[in-house]
Design a protein. Structure first.
Length: 397
């Protein structure tokens, strides 16, 4: 019936039991690929606190459409999951509304203010890891203390790396586009200098350490060297950093994210990092906002774009079809590496794709409440027809 990739054993009868006879017959007439459920370790589902942007329900449905069976949700919420009481509010919504496996992060510091550690001891049994995503932990002492505590708990520190003193009010990459269009730039050092610090601390403490959404060539080299030095480190990047650079910027909020789209040289370094294994996984940093928040141009719009419904198609179209990486490598990046690193298992979960079918990205057709994507109007290959999570259909085209 299908080409089974990477030894994903899904028997025809188990698929047939979930479909009508007509749907199953249609599958048998075409060449489809069955993939294990994808895993995204960096998403923002915005609930509790910001349900006008996204909800656990809409976010998980959007993830299912994208072929995902498991995601990890970031802690910049209201209330911040810095206590058991607060994280349980999120877990209650997840249990009630999610159609996929959702694993929340707890915050590293109280209210993500970077001043005092959260209740890490109590939170460790409820959270997948610890992160202050959206903010870098500025204090060396606080990050060292967090790493030592995480090490003792057998948990990972997942870091948004950003030196506040180097931002200077920037909102796009400090490159040619910024200088020629009178925009304030975000320098690359604001990212890689904090990675440099954290690598030293991770080596000192022995903590498991993961770097969020890397975007610069210096970040790639620092992590490459850290791995050679035996640091317990992994990292992620997102499809937009591999496909676009600051030459693609337009004066629209859908091109604004943090970190920003960097230079072509940074993009090429990220691609090399994907190819040689320095970069371990693809995460989307799916970050929905309201239309009003994203309609104020590059300067005034909120940081963040959506991507969970298009990630696989983007990577397949621009990375696999072009011969940059193999399909098997893409599965490592989107399935096996994140699940192994984060110790995630999600049972009988898979999606069924027609790789040679094309479509045009139309945000109005997104399930996500967020519509801001720099890939609007792009023609992509690979369409998902069915997602099954723990034996239950969560998306059907």
């Amino acid at each position: 019936m299908t080409k089974i990739m990477a030894n994903v054993l899904v028997e025809s009868e188990s698929v047939k039991s979930l479909l009508t006879d007509a749907q199953f017959s249609h599958l048998n007439t075409c060449e489809y690929f069955i993939f294990p459920g994808f895993c995204d370790v960096h998403v923002h589902f915005r609930e509790p606190g910001f349900s006008y942007k996204e909800t656990i329900k809409t976010g998980s449905l959007a993830a299912a459409k994208g072929g995902y069976s498991a995601v990890c949700t970031m802690p910049n919420l209201n209330p911040v999951p810095d206590s058991v009481e607060n994280i349980k509010k999120q877990l209650d919504i997840i249990e009630r509304d999610s159609v996929i496996e959702v694993y929340p992060y707890a915050s590293i510091t109280k209210a993500q203010c970077g001043k005092e550690l959260s209740d890490m001891d109590e939170l460790s049994q409820y959270s997948i890891a610890f992160s202050d995503d959206g903010k870098g932990v500025q204090s060396d002492d606080i990050m060292r203390e967090a790493m030592l505590k995480a090490k003792s708990l057998g948990k990972m520190i997942v870091a948004h790396c950003e030196v506040n003193d180097l931002l200077n009010g920037g909102y796009i990459h400090d490159g040619v586009y910024a200088s020629t269009h009178q925009h304030r730039g975000i320098c690359s050092a604001s990212e890689y200098k904090q990675i440099e610090r954290d690598v030293k601390l991770a080596k000192e403490t022995g903590c498991k350490y993961h770097v969020c959404h890397i975007s610069t060539k210096e970040s790639v080299e620092l992590i490459r060297q850290a791995k050679k030095d035996g640091v317990d480190i992994t990292c992620e990047t997102a499809p937009h950093y591999l496909i676009l650079d600051d030459r693609d910027l337009q004066e629209e909020g859908r091109f604004k994210m943090n970190p920003p789209l960097r230079s072509a040289l940074d993009k090429y370094a990220l691609i090399e990092g994907i190819k040689d294994g320095t970069i371990d996984m693809i995460a989307t940093d799916h970050a929905p906002h309201s239309e009003k928040e994203k309609s104020k141009g590059l300067k005034m719009s909120a940081f963040g774009i959506v991507g969970i419904e298009t990630a696989f198609s983007l990577m397949y179209t621009f990375m696999v079809k072009t011969g940059i990486i193999s399909l098997e490598k893409l599965l490592d990046l989107m399935v096996y590496n994140p699940k192994k690193r984060f110790n995630i298992t999600d049972g009988d979960s898979y999606s069924i794709w027609k790789l040679d079918e094309e479509y045009v990205v139309n945000p109005e057709k997104f399930i996500s409440m967020g519509k801001a994507t720099p890939f609007e109007g792009y023609e992509l290959s690979a369409v998902n027809y069915l997602t099954v999570v723990n034996g239950k259909i969560t998306y059907k085209k």
